[in-house]
Design a protein around this ligand. Structure first.
Ligand code: PLP
Length: 524
């Protein structure tokens, strides 16, 4: 199995190269050259596997078994996966909770930072470390290959990336967050990690400033060549492949709970921002996992919902993201959507050979991305839109509806149990309710964060059921997990980033200061 760029070019990469590079030099994202085949007896053979065993089976479909092919020998892959999921608090890793007769919640937040990103980043950290060590061994040097991971965060990605990469050999991680603009819990989750290779940078500016600094560093060829920058954002292929697993895990868990269910009638509903979580569901579907069309649930940042309504993918005129109660989904464009676009182009191409189809798809994606850059929008053909609608539906959920959904699930009613959800998960529950119109059918709602991570939104939503003080008390005694007790008081390490003295613009001055800090702190 090799990997190609969504923006074309003949060069195929190995799995190892695709993981270490993250983004293709032509700006494209890596995708597997073909969709692999499931073993014919997967429905029986995989039915009672543990999460790590299932992860091994699925990841192996995309990773060749030898170092020569840029893959991973089976015993090593098993060890990397076991180590990654050994950090989870639940034996099932992603347990499925029944909320009502037809609603099941797939809880993806039992990892170290209580958010779904742990599922991918716990494994990605191990893959980075493994590949770097192997390259160094091959060259007989201990530390020749080192990468400096640099990323911007508004909260969730940063803490999950730090938890995945802390204390890994040959690797430093610098995470930029806007000072004073991430939630107190998220800030503490990042800055109380004191490992020598973890560097938190609190930037005097907004999340967009942080992103612009990171982009400037990646575009600086000289700096990049010296420091071998690595990316951990959701475009890394390893993140997608590790997320495919929980769609299968959810499928088998549901089948065990409801053996009579027609599994082709089950709908997965996914709170969506950068389209990484749900894209893994799309791969699961293409691999052959039975399901209804996947449901995209967005907040007011609704570029995806508008795409499924119109076939036009268009940035909002204001050029600003809406700040919502579900900040991890506050995006202008969804970076992983480019991978779906490639499949829409590929699958509607009438070129005679597979190679030609792939080439045409690359050319089409380049044209679409250029239109998006130049005009702020692009459009797919009617046939491509029909294809997108065969596999997905989409709903947008407002802040008021998010709050109402948190309250509704918290207050037991009828046969439903009380179930407290975070605002991202609430967006998905609201979308799920709306999608079931006349006839109820089973839905698996993906829960992407523990409610304690978004205390303010959760407490204010449930306060109307009692009063603010008892809501707060309930939260502290019943919701806050023990791992978060005392977190806010723990020792922290963080470097402030104020603009340097010299520079043409504020961004230039912030970039200059960030480079100084990286150079002073990187361990090689
Ligand atoms: C990142 C994140 C999302 C969005 O996932 P995408 O893969 O970007 O679509 C949703 N909820 C939470 C809590 C997240 O951290």
């Amino acid at each position: 199995m090799k990997y190609l760029s969504t923006r074309g070019g003949d060069k195929l990469l190995t799995f190892e190269e695709a993981v270490l590079r993250g983004l293709a030099p032509n700006g494209g994202l890596y995708i597997p050259e073909h969709i692999p085949q499931l073993p014919s007896d997967w429905q029986t053979r995989w039915a009672s596997l543990s999460f790590p065993e299932l992860s091994y089976e699925i990841v192996s479909l995309f990773v060749p078994p030898t170092a020569e092919e840029g893959g991973i020998p089976p015993a090593d892959l098993r060890a990397l996966i076991d180590k990654a999921y050994g950090t989870f608090r639940s034996a099932d890793v992603t347990p499925l909770t029944r909320v009502s007769e037809y609603e099941y919640c797939l809880e993806l937040w039992h990892g170290p930072t209580f958010a779904f990103k742990d599922v991918a980043l716990q494994l990605l950290g191990n893959l980075f470390e493994y590949f770097l060590a192997r390259k160094n061994r091959a060259e007989g040097k201990e530390h020749a290959h080192h990468i400096t991971v640099v990323g911007a965060t508004s909260g969730d990605t940063g803490s999950a990336a730090i938890a995945g990469l802390r204390s890994k050999a040959n690797l430093d991680i610098f995470i930029l967050h806007p000072r004073g603009r991430v939630s107190p819990i998220q800030e503490a989750q990042m800055t109380t990690v004191l490992d020598g290779n973890v560097h938190n940078l609190a930037v005097e500016g907004t999340f967009d400033d942080c992103q612009d600094i990171v982009k400037a560093l990646f575009n600086d060829a000289e700096f990049n060549a010296t420091h071998h920058l690595g990316a951990i954002n959701s475009i890394n292929w390893a993140r997608i492949v590790s997320q495919i697993v929980y769609y299968f895990a959810g499928y088998f868990a549901l089948r065990r709970q409801q053996p009579e269910l027609d599994m082709a009638g089950v709908q997965y509903v996914v709170p969506t921002g950068n389209f990484g979580d749900i894209l893994a569901g799309y791969y699961a579907k293409r691999l052959g996992l039975p399901m209804r069309p996947l449901a995209v649930a967005t907040n007011a940042n609704d570029i995806l919902q508008r795409f499924w309504a119109t076939g036009r993918y268009e940035k909002e005129g204001t050029g600003e993201v809406h700040a919502t109660l579900s900040p991890a989904m506050d995006i202008m464009v969804s970076s992983n959507f480019e991978r779906l676009l490639w499949y829409l182009a590929h699958d509607t191409s009438d070129a005679p050979t597979e190679k030609e189809k792939a080439r045409e798809a690359g050319v089409q994606v380049v044209a679409w991305m250029e239109a998006l850059r130049a005009e702020g929008s692009m459009r797919v053909s009617d046939a491509q839109l029909a294809l997108a609608r065969r596999d997905f539906v989409a709903e947008r959920v407002s802040n008021d509806e998010t709050r109402a959904a948190i309250l509704r699930y918290y207050q037991p009613e009828g046969t439903r149990a009380s179930y407290l959800v975070d605002p991202h998960t609430a967006v998905a529950f609201e979308a799920a309710n709306r999608l079931v119109k006349s006839e109820a059918y089973p839905q698996v709602i993906l829960s992407t964060a523990h409610p304690a991570k978004f205390a303010e939104a959760v407490v204010s939503s449930i306060a109307s059921a009692s009063d603010e003080a008892s809501a707060q008390r309930f939260f502290e005694t019943r919701v806050l997990p023990k791992e978060m007790h005392g977190l806010l008081e723990r020792e922290r390490r963080v470097t402030p980033v104020a603009p340097a003295e010299q520079g043409a613009s504020k961004l230039d001055r912030l970039v200059a200061r960030t480079k100084e800090i990286i150079e002073q702190n990187v361990s090689q």
